[in-house]
Structure formats: C-alpha cells, structure tokens
Design a binder for this molecule. Structure first.
Ligand SMILES: Cc1ncc(COP(=O)(O)O)c(C=O)c1O
Length: 389
C-alpha cells in the first residue's frame, strides 16, 4: 500500500494545540504552525480501525492492558531496534513527560542534582525544578555541524549527580547517539552511580544512514542502571492517546517507579490508547518506512532551499527526528527581534531556541513533518522576509 503524505488536512477547529492555540502562543492566528512536535499527516488507517473496532463494543468500563499489548511492544523493539526485552520490564505512563516526572520522584530526593544536556527538550528543566531538584548542565558541543557529548565536562559533574536525563535521539539537535557514544556515557554514569533516564520517544524516527541504539541494549550493567521511556505517540502521530511505556530490567527500579505510578493512580490508562498502541506496533512497519522516506525528502528539500536561497540561515542536519534546528545568528537580529521577525515578518510559528536553554540563543526549531506544499509555503515566506531585512 502507498500512503499519501501530500494530502493537506485541515486541522483547524479540532482543539489542536498546534493549530487552535496559535493566537495564545504567537498572538497571531495565521502563522504556519511548525512548532509543537506532532505531524500534519493522518494517523495511519490501521490505528483508526483499531479505535473504531473498540468503539463498536459500546462499553467503556475499566479495562487493563492485555498480554497482546505487551507482546506488541516486545516484538517491535526486537524487530526495529534489535533490543530484546521481557514483557515484565514494561510499565506504563500516560506520556513521557509524566514518566520523567514520576522517575524523578521515584529515584531522587529533594535537592538532589540531575544532569541534562542543553540545548534540550524544555520539559526536562521544568520537571527537575518543579520537583525541587537541582539542575546540572552538561552542554552539548557543536562539532562540524553535529551536536556531541562533552565527556570532559561530564566527568567533572558526575560525582555530584544522582541522575542524568538523556534525549536519545536528541531533541532539538537531531543527533542519533552512536553505540560508542552511548557506551562511554553509560559506563561513566555507572562508575559514578548515576542513574540514566533515557528518553527514546524519537527512536523510530531515524534517517537511513543512521542507526538508533537503545541505551539499555548495550550491556547488562548499563541496562540495570537505566530506565527507558518509549512511545508510539511521535512515530504514529497519536500523542493525544496518552499511552507510553517505561522499561526497566532492574526490578528494584521498576518497583520504585510502579510505586509512584500507583500512588497517583494513573496506571490504568485509556482503552483507546491501548488498542491504538498495539495496532501501531503490530502493523506500523510499512507506514513508518514510507513516512521516513517522505520526511527525508522534506529534509533534503529544506537543506537545498536554505543553501540556495537563504544561505544566512544554517540548518543543523538532523540524523533523526522531524525537527530541524536552524542557526539564525547570521541574521543579526537580537533575540526578541528574531522571535518577532519569524512571527510577524515571516508568518511562521517556530519554537524559539531559547526555550531549550544554554546554546539555544539565535536558533529556531522547525517541524518539517508536514506535506511538501506546507513546507514550501513556509520556506518561501522565510525567504521573502529575509530578503526584506
Ligand atoms: C524528547 C521528548 N520527550 C518527550 C516528549 C513528549 O512526550 P509526551 O507528550 O509523551 O509527554 C517530546 C515531544 O516533543 C520530546 O521531544
């Protein structure tokens, strides 16, 4: 089957965060929304079918996740990422951000220090702060157009820390961490008794020349001090179905996490999320391969357009994710002006780089998971606005 990712879908008036909150976020309703990380493509048909089939049961009383749900996750991880896990390692979270928060509560105490690697997904900062833990920054280094870990800096900071929250692949930098990088990071954390929370929500969204490695697949020792977060939400455009997994081979860690999950009583989940997740992991391979081919063409197109027509803006070419990190520093606009310029002059709703902390100044994050026509309209807007500067 050939899926049609060119189709323009009207998402307005669907209570869509990306579309229907534009006035609140950008003070302007007509920006092209390329910010929050969901896709302007239809959620695949096999997921819609699973939801409709379940709706046909016409009773939505309390339900649990059946064995087949867990097996779909086990099989997906083996098939797509060559990672063998046991279904007993899998726990639940309604989302990855809630999972990060629950993990902080489960594994650390107030005032404990937690390492993050900015520029990085902004809820990591708020999760640490909101739970009264302290942030230690280990900023990434940009080397030849790729974000890398700064191991020398990390070495100095690990002794003080209890936990490191990793974005693997990295949002917003787009690095798909290699096995060697992850092994070194994992071993350094092990030596210092630092637990790693590996947020692998973007794991399935990796471009052809790159290979995703689950951190916990590297060795038993690293696995036993890692808790991994995965979800079908980014991969299959189903974030609103609130169904994610927390994976821990170390039973002590899993029990501690489950205790927090039980305490706040959000473990039952949502029956539509359960059937949708199972369908995604059982039937999603072909759709996902076609999706990545489409996004890869969008990525090449963006790169060529910028090189040829807006060379002042440099793209950090992502190895994974559908998020493109744009270095706009050569436009020489002060930070506030850069944000205003994108909204008011270019009519574009990007994420302001400063949201991602240290190293985000002068950058904008653009979401290219949209039909080619939408991307073209956005790039033309950008070109015209830059030419007027
Ligand atoms: C690295 C990362 N983690 C987590 C999330 C969101 O997770 P959830 O919506 O499941 O809380 C995102 C969404 O953009 C993300 O990029």
């Amino acid at each position: 089957m050939k899926y049609n990712f060119d189709e323009i879908i009207n998402r307005e008036n669907t209570a869509s965060v990306k579309y229907d909150l534009r006035k609140d976020i950008f003070e302007k309703e007509d920006v092209i929304p390329m910010w929050v990380a969901d896709m302007d493509f239809k959620t695949p048909d096999f997921i819609i079918k699973a939801i409709k089939d379940r709706a046909n049961d016409e009773v939505f009383g309390y339900s649990f996740r059946p064995e087949s749900y867990f097996l779909s996750i086990v099989n997906w991880l083996k098939r797509r990422h060559n990672w063998e896990i046991s279904k007993d390692w899998i726990s639940f979270s309604p989302g990855i951000v809630p999972a990060v928060n629950m993990a902080i509560l489960a594994f650390t105490e107030p005032n404990d220090k937690i390492i993050i690697q900015p520029p990085v997904y902004f809820p990591f900062f708020s999760a640490i702060k909101n739970n009264n833990r302290a942030i230690i920054e280990n900023p990434l280094k940009l080397k030849n157009g790729r974000y890398c870990f700064d191991f020398n800096d990390l070495e100095k900071k690990l002794a003080d820390a209890k936990m490191l929250i990793l974005s693997n692949p990295h949002n917003p930098g787009g690095s798909v961490w290699t096995k060697d990088e992850l092994k070194r990071l994992g071993e350094m954390c092990l030596e210092n008794n630092v637990l790693i929370m590996s947020d692998e929500i973007h794991a399935d969204l990796v471009f052809k020349d790159f290979k995703f490695t689950p951190l916990a697949s590297i060795s038993k020792n690293i696995a036993d001090s890692t808790v991994t977060f995965i979800a079908p939400s980014k991969t299959f455009n189903m974030a609103a179905l609130s169904t994610s997994s927390v994976i821990a081979s170390n039973k002590e860690l899993k029990d501690k996490y489950d205790k927090v999950l039980d305490a706040i009583h959000v473990g039952l989940g949502n029956v539509f999320g359960t059937v949708a997740s199972e369908a995604a992991y059982n039937y999603g391979d072909e759709w996902l391969d076609q999706l990545m081919d489409y996004i890869s063409v969008n990525l090449d197109f963006t790169q060529e357009f910028l090189n040829e027509k807006i060379p002042q803006i440099k793209m950090i070419r992502p190895e994974g994710t559908y998020l493109v990190w744009l270095d706009c520093s050569e436009l020489n606009l002060k930070e506030k002006d850069l944000k205003e310029f994108m909204i008011k002059d270019a009519g574009l709703g990007f994420n302001d780089g400063r949201m991602f902390g240290t190293g985000g100044e002068g950058y904008m994050r653009m979401n290219i998971a949209c039909p080619k026509q939408t991307l073209l309209n956005a790039l033309i807007n950008l070109e015209k606005a830059v030419n007027k500067l």
